[in-house]
Write a protein that binds this ligand. Structure first.
Ligand SMILES: NC(=O)c1ccc[n+]([C@@H]2O[C@H](COP(=O)([O-])OP(=O)(O)OC[C@H]3O[C@@H](n4cnc5c(N)ncnc54)[C@H](OP(=O)(O)O)[C@@H]3O)[C@@H](O)[C@H]2O)c1
Length: 329
């Protein structure tokens, strides 16, 4: 294990995030084992993973990941609150009617209040606008984030999935209010490099930290779906693609990526490391990535992911071979 966990600074701010952070999008819902959730959080803290990422709609059902975390925080980890860096978000569908979704001031601030109640905390460390709203004026959505900070319910604000131009405009509004956008969340992994020519350079310009989600492409980049031979994937019983309660990774998506994942897996083997390590260390090669936000269903998974932190940079010839397969910058 490469301990202690290295921490990276987010832009020009006091936020220091572990190279590997833990997201609770999956595996912390109502039907997941409380004991396993507790063991994962406890092991994460031991490994120096102090950042836990939530959103109001995480579960399933929506809200249940925050309720689970609130239960664990109040029952088991109360004395660790100041060591933890907790984030939540609002902006996806949560309740019926015109205020249950998107980016109005009403939705964001009601959503934040609900999150605080479920999490049983007075404040979160970061509150995000979970996605841009094409209908609501940007000034209103940013105004809600500013209010969250001024009312003491969030310490910092962030954005998620904003395209570059909108992101720059949002940053300008927030800067004017002296509540800067310090984190931006977006997808980045070996199967999806679209951010390299889009949001990533924009973040550098704005001095905003990058926290990248689905670094293992929801598990595909662990090699777990590869069969011994042929391009027909296997679906391990507990895996995300096999679970009935997860609609975000389908067997068809897995099938589509099998050939590329197989080639990357061969590269990883030749380099003497598991594909999981290759995928995470490849993201950490970039100093502008503040943190790589993984999901974990078991303690073993979080231990394996944490091993990618603090490793030496991948050699140049390996990076070139990866570019040749997955499309360079
Ligand atoms: N802002 C946004 O809109 C947004 C969107 C998506 C995600 N996120 C954030 O990003 C976080 C991570 O996303 P993600 O869950 O897609 O990340 P991911 O790390 O790409 O995928 C996590 C899944 O990979 C598998 N896995 C992880 N480590 C493994 C290991 N060592 N060996 C084998 N399998 C392993 C597990 O799947 P199995 O269950 O198959 O074992 C795990 O549930 C979320 O929890 C959330 O906080 C944010």
């Amino acid at each position: 294990m490469n301990t202690p966990m290295p921490y990276r600074r987010s832009g020009c701010s006091g936020i220091l995030l572990p190279e590997i952070s833990l997201g609770l999008w999956h595996n912390f819902g109502r039907n997941d084992s409380r004991e396993t959730c507790r063991d994962i959080i406890a092991r994460a803290l031991e490994l120096g993973i102090c950042h836990f990422d939530l959103a109001d709609n995480y579960g399933p059902p929506p809200g249940s990941a925050e309720s689970r975390m609130g239960d664990l925080l109040s029952q088991e980890f109360r004395h660790h609150r100041d060591e933890m860096f907790l984030s939540t978000k609002a902006g996806h569908l949560m309740w019926p009617g015109p205020y249950g979704d998107w980016g109005s001031r009403k939705h964001l601030l009601a959503g934040l209040d609900q999150s605080l109640r479920r999490l049983k905390v007075d404040y979160v460390d970061v509150f995000y606008s979970h996605r841009p709203d094409p209908q609501t004026p940007l000034e209103e959505t940013m105004g809600a984030l500013v209010h969250a900070v001024r009312s003491g319910k969030a310490l910092y604000v962030g954005l998620s999935k904003y395209p570059p131009e909108l992101f720059h405009r949002a940053c300008a509004i927030l800067r004017e209010e002296k509540v800067p956008c310090l984190l931006h969340q977006f997808r980045y992994n070996l199967l999806d490099r679209s951010c390299e020519k889009g949001i990533l350079p924009a973040l550098t310009e704005e001095h905003t930290g990058a926290i990248v989600f689905s670094p293992l492409a929801q598990g595909m980049l662990t090699g777990k779906y590869l069969s011994e031979s042929g391009d027909v994937p296997v679906l391990p019983a507990d895996s995300r693609a096999a679970r009935q309660d997860s609609v975000f990774l389908t067997p068809e998506q897995v099938q589509k990526q099998t050939r590329l994942v197989r080639s990357l897996n061969i590269l990883a083997r030749e380099a003497g490391m598991p594909l999981t390590q290759l995928a995470l260390r490849w993201l950490l090669r970039k100093p502008e990535i503040t943190s790589v936000l993984i999901g974990a269903r078991t303690v073993k998974q979080i231990e394996e992911c944490a091993r990618a932190a603090g490793c030496p940079p991948l050699p140049a010839d390996l990076l070139e071979a990866i570019d040749a397969l997955s499309g360079g910058e």
